[in-house]
Design a protein around this ligand. Structure first.
Ligand SMILES: Cc1ncc(COP(=O)(O)O)c(C=O)c1O
Length: 410
């Protein structure tokens, strides 16, 4: 039985599969079982920020695993690995965000933030933005997407309101003195790399202060240098009450974190939150090394420069293929190509794969590029060439089938 047969027959099918059996990776490259090589512009949903099999991560795993992987009585006992991560994070976070707690996924960190916001404020209403994505637990799904998202798993966690993206009036209408927290992505990832306006974020911060509700910024995707800033909150010049992070934090290990102000932390009591693997020494040791590496090597500058160059190239793509590309946008190495039609996303993703490039199909007619942050200029150029070839092949395919370019519409 092939790997594909085993997965198809024994796995629970929860998503569309690509016809790929990936065996290994090195830097920005991955190889399938037949030895075919692909340039990876997905970084595993924006996770492997230092690329695949980075020696620093391998060394940290090996070193910590040889010491201890899981502490006795887990969170009851202290850990040098956890302490070293706390110190590293302190160096990259705003001084006001000084109390941290660790989790195993972005959804879990957001879930904890929402739960603690309810306890701290004594209120239960949570406001979020349409098109957002905060995870797939019941609480995070309830604040994700938009009104239509709850339909599949009704009812949502009660006390939820949405406001449209960048809509001041709607926000004013839903944020009031009954709100526990507003949770936002400053740049929506799964929603299609949609940036909030700086003025909207400023207004949001003011509104939360007026109504004494908490501002939770979800930096699970935007954090750890992805946008050319260590955290996107720096680009927006905003300090939230709670910030959540995940994905790049441990370079590929399942790990996440939530950080809050000292004042909020004072309201959190023993037993309010926890988890068997929260802050386990193995993930903490790796995350500490990743955080230090990113800071000491000024990875933000590299990402900002390469991101600007990449966006300029993508604009050329828009000019060359106006019938397919509607918009290109992004910040740092969080980039989007918005297509004219949602139904073109998968066919073009497949075409990229045929050209040797892996990209991330995303909602709202978007193909997302989230490469390793250590991508070089030459590697970007190679990927961009593959992307251009894929686009040309896609357009040629459409023209072969229909006189007008309506490929992918159904
Ligand atoms: C902004 C944001 N928040 C939360 C999550 C959920 O993170 P995880 O998949 O680690 O639970 C994601 C995942 O894509 C995300 O992009």
């Amino acid at each position: 039985m092939s790997v594909k047969d085993v997965e198809d027959s024994l796995g629970l099918s929860v998503c569309k599969k690509q016809s790929l059996v990936i065996e290994r990776g090195q830097g920005v490259w991955v190889w399938d079982v037949s030895g075919e090589k692909y340039l990876d512009f997905t970084a595993g949903w924006g996770v492997t920020c230092l690329g695949h099999s980075h020696p620093l991560i391998l060394g940290a795993i090996q070193d910590q695993a040889a010491r201890i992987i899981q502490n006795p009585n887990s969170g009851f006992t202290y850990s040098p690995a956890r302490a070293s991560l706390l110190l590293e994070l302190q160096k990259v976070l705003p001084a006001q965000l000084s109390r941290m707690f660790f989790a195993n996924s972005g959804a879990e960190a957001n879930d904890a933030a929402l739960k603690l916001a309810r306890k701290i404020t004594g209120r239960s209403k949570v406001v979020s933005l349409s098109g957002s994505f905060h995870g797939r637990t019941l609480a995070t799904l309830s604040v994700s997407g938009g009104p239509q998202n709850g339909a599949r798993y009704l009812p949502r966690v009660p006390g939820q309101a949405f406001s449209s993206h960048n809509n001041f009036n709607e926000l004013d209408g839903v944020v009031d003195g009954t709100v526990a927290a507003v949770i936002v992505e400053l740049i929506q990832g799964e929603g299609g790399v949609r940036l909030l306006d700086k003025a909207f974020v400023k207004h949001l911060r003011t509104l939360c202060d007026i109504h004494q509700c908490l501002l939770i910024v979800d930096e699970v995707q935007t954090g750890f240098c992805r946008t050319g800033w260590f955290f996107a909150t720096e680009y927006y010049d905003v300090v939230p009450d709670i910030l959540t992070m995940g994905k790049g934090i441990a370079g590929g290990l399942p790990f996440a974190a939530m950080v809050m102000t000292e004042k909020l932390a004072a309201a959190v009591e023993l037993g309010d939150h926890g988890g068997t693997y929260c802050g386990n020494p193995l993930s903490c040791a790796v995350a500490a090394q990743v955080t230090r590496f990113l800071r000491e090597n000024n990875v933000v500058s590299h990402v900002a420069d390469l991101g600007a160059l990449a966006l300029t190239d993508l604009l050329q793509l828009k000019i060359a293929f106006p019938d397919v590309v509607k918009d290109v946008r992004g910040l740092g190495l969080m980039l989007a190509i918005e297509l004219q039609h949602d139904s073109e996303v998968w066919p073009l993703t497949d075409e990229c794969q045929r050209a040797g490039l892996l990209v991330t199909p995303t909602r709202n007619a978007v193909i997302r590029l989230l490469p390793s942050l250590l991508l070089t200029k030459e590697e970007w150029r190679a990927g961009f060439e593959q992307l251009t070839r894929a686009m040309a092949a896609f357009v040629a395919g459409c023209e072969r089938h229909t006189p007008a370019l309506v490929c992918g519409q159904n």
